[in-house]
Ligand binder design. Structure first.
Ligand code: FES
Length: 569
């Protein structure tokens, strides 16, 4: 056991390590026979979606003891999506770095990761992959379905929808305020197919959870049962030396991309999967998402692409029922934490409600995966989620209406004099990893009030930022390189004609290169990218990679392994 490097022997160092860790642990915990398992726990009162993870951790502990291991709880940086400003994504890499360093620094033989809210599972997976000790993930699970005045209420998605309804005069402010108390029905993360639900499913499709765990509602007792089982399983994984590098191979990323399309998952998964692949040395590119996933049909009828919520998906058969339909596109060799191929865990699963999970023969939509666009506006790529877009706008030409920042957007979007029509293309720049440090979820810009009042509910929107997984619309995002990194998005002028052709995979401005070459980013915009002088933001800006590479820090790509550090005394 790796932990024996701390606890083994008769010298003063081993004495120190053992003595301070006794506190109720039996002698056998230090004899080098029982795996020491760290539970990386993102429970926090300021991460409401992860608040219940201490209860989950207790079930994991029970399972670890029952299987002959020794559990230890390690609170980790937690990122509450709705609380932290300017954006939780600014600290995904910090949480990943802390996870990696604290696993390596401690007497740990195996790792259980407890995450939920959007950035927590990706951060934990990135960090653990760079250490490469036996690891499994327990997604904290979604909230139960909310409902408001008889209608299902989806976290995030219905906030966007209701706020647009208020601006369009279709909903009163009082009703909007009243809906707030119905939004969060139970413990757990967002109940739509937003980023948290998506990343839980990605963890399972990658092979990093016990089969059938992803999507188990946080309030369902089966989450605790599976957590107990996960605790037992991680002990076995240590004896088997089954590590992330055995599981996270290219085939497992193929499975994740196929799953992403089938469930209509969040565009944020593109960035997170690229970053995780970078940690384990799998050569995954943006183009893989298009090549592997774009022809995969949408089978899951969940908000924001559809109507149902995560509890409905769980009852209808869950992720495994979706994967079973898509089995022909899955990599048959990629393993999961059972040590067997993921596809083996699909035997016997069924769909129990075809209104929630469609059969492959009758999908909700064909060719629904992420499309990757290139052109003179996105030389390193941009993405669009056709499943959440208006079909009639997937091929479009229109004049650009440019906003230099999200504040500029908020100040002017409802100006009655704003020169905008249903043909316009809203462009928001300065929101990439460097420009707005962290890359916020602002790409799904609200529709101008005067157009909403005319009944127009979607426009083509282009941005170098991200959007919430709960959002929808014809939104081209993750444009790379971003304006702040010198990308051509910074060279656009109001009125330039933007060409979007998703079938042709094109995002371009109808201008010759020679005209673009003569332009530069407006000075005022360039100056607004004020670089912080110190602290994490300084480090982040100096080292963050562009969205098409996963927005990891350049010096965190790859892994350093689990070698035991030098003695501390
Ligand atoms: Fe935490 Fe949506 S805010 S998952």
């Amino acid at each position: 056991m790796r932990s024996a490097a701390w606890y083994g022997g008769n010298g003063k160092d081993a004495y120190l390590h053992r003595a301070w860790m006794r506190r109720g642990n039996p002698d056998s915990a230090f004899e080098g026979k029982q795996p020491n398992i760290v539970i990386i726990n993102t429970a926090s009162d300021l991460s409401p979606c992860n608040m219940h993870l201490n209860e989950v951790a207790q079930s994991v502990k029970d399972g670890i003891w029952a299987a002959g291991g020794v559990p230890q709880n390690l609170p980790m940086i937690s990122l509450g999506e709705t609380n932290v400003r300017p954006t939780a994504m600014l600290w995904r890499n910090l949480a990943a770095m802390a996870t990696e360093e604290m696993i390596r620094a401690n007497p740990v033989d195996g790792v259980v990761l407890l995450g939920g809210c959007d950035k927590t599972i990706p951060a934990l997976l990135m960090g653990a992959a760079s250490v490469d000790l036996p690891t499994l993930v327990i997604p904290g699970g979604p909230m139960l379905n909310g409902s408001f005045r008889g209608k299902a209420l989806g976290c995030g998605t219905d906030v966007w929808k209701y706020s647009e309804d208020v601006r369009a005069g279709k909903m009163s402010q009082a009703d909007f305020n009243a809906s707030e108390k119905s939004m969060i029905r139970s413990k757990g993360h967002c109940n739509t197919m937003g980023t948290a639900s998506t990343m839980g499913c990605m963890a399972e499709a990658l092979g990093m959870t016990l089969p059938g765990l992803a999507g188990t509602p946080a309030a369902d007792s089966r989450l605790l049962e599976m957590s107990h089982e996960s605790g037992r399983r991680i002990v076995e994984m240590v004896y088997e030396d089954l590590k992330p590098s055995d599981i996270l191979v290219r085939g497992s990323f193929v499975n994740a991309i196929v799953a992403l399309a089938g469930i209509g998952g969040s565009t944020n998964a593109v960035i997170h999967l690229l970053a995780i692949a970078g940690r384990v040395g799998v050569d995954l590119t943006l183009d893989d998402f298009d090549e592997i996933g774009s022809h995969i049909p949408l089978l899951v009828n969940l908000q924001p692409a559809g109507v149902h919520l995560m509890e409905d998906l769980f009852r209808a058969g869950g992720l495994r029922a979706v994967l079973n339909e898509l089995k022909g596109s899955l990599d048959s060799k990629a393993l999961n934490v059972t040590g067997k191929p993921l596809v083996d865990s699909l035997a016997g699963v069924e769909i129990y409600n075809e209104d929630v999970i469609s059969k492959l023969a009758s999908p909700l939509q064909s060719d629904a995966g992420i499309a990757v666009l290139y052109g003179n506006l996105a030389p390193q790529g941009a993405v669009i989620k056709p499943a959440a877009a208006s079909k009639k706008l997937l091929k479009h030409r229109g004049p650009a209406v440019i906003f230099e920042s999200i504040e500029d957007f908020h100040n002017r979007i409802d100006d009655p004099d704003l020169d905008v029509t249903e043909d316009s293309v809203l462009v928001l720049r300065g929101c990439g990893p460097m420009g707005y440090p962290g890359m916020p979820e602002v790409s799904n810009m609200a529709i101008p009030k005067k157009l909403l009042e005319q009944g127009i509910t979607d426009l083509v929107r282009v941005c170098d930022g991200r959007m919430s997984g709960t959002a929808y619309g014809t939104v081209v995002l993750h444009v790379a390189p971003e304006a702040a990194a010198g990308g051509p998005l910074g060279l656009l002028r109001n009125g330039d004609i933007i060409i979007l052709d998703v079938d042709a995979r094109t995002l371009a401005v109808d201008l010759p290169d020679s005209v673009l070459a003569e332009r530069s980013l407006p000075l005022e915009t360039a100056n607004s990218f004020a670089a912080p002088k110190r602290g994490w933001e300084r480090l982040y800006i100096d080292h963050v990679q562009q969205a098409n590479l996963g927005a990891d820090l350049d010096f965190l790509v790859g892994k350093s392994g689990s070698a035991v550090p030098r003695e501390s005394h």
